[in-house]
Design a protein around this ligand. Structure first.
Ligand SMILES: [Zn+2]
Ligand SMILES: [Zn+2]
Length: 122
């Protein structure tokens, strides 16, 4: 797959990022932390650390949700931006923030045992 440049932004536009790469490491996480953070399951794509460029970060905030995990969000509109574990090779950005036409990636569902009671997984 040829590397493409993807762009994303939060609801208010105060946080903007871009990366060159692909959407091969895409998944829905059904764990309770993600459901509470996103209001639904998390929808992420893994981005190489070196490839992720934060173009606008004035309102970028972060929250340490566990010993090893940091979740970023926009301090103005509250949009979740990413989650990060420093021992992982990639940073996981929220796919819902991506802009423009995107070929839907293959999605892997994880932590499905912890999914919400209010939806089913096909
Ligand atoms: Zn925002
Ligand atoms: Zn999760």
């Amino acid at each position: 797959m040829r590397a493409k440049t993807y762009r994303g932004s939060c609801l208010c536009g105060d946080v903007r990022f871009s990366f060159k790469g692909d959407l091969q490491d895409a998944y829905f996480c059904h764990c309770e932390q993600c459901r509470k953070n996103y209001g639904m399951h998390g929808a992420f794509v893994g981005v190489e650390r070196d490839a992720l460029v934060i173009n606008r970060a004035k309102t970028l905030r972060s929250y340490k949700s566990s010993r090893s995990t940091v979740r970023s969000f926009c301090g103005t509109c509250g949009s979740p931006i990413s989650w990060d574990r420093e021992d992982y090779e990639r940073i996981y950005v929220c796919m819902g923030l991506l802009e423009g036409k995107i070929a839907p990636p293959k999605i892997t569902n994880i932590h499905t045992k912890h999914k919400g009671a209010y939806y089913e997984i096909d």
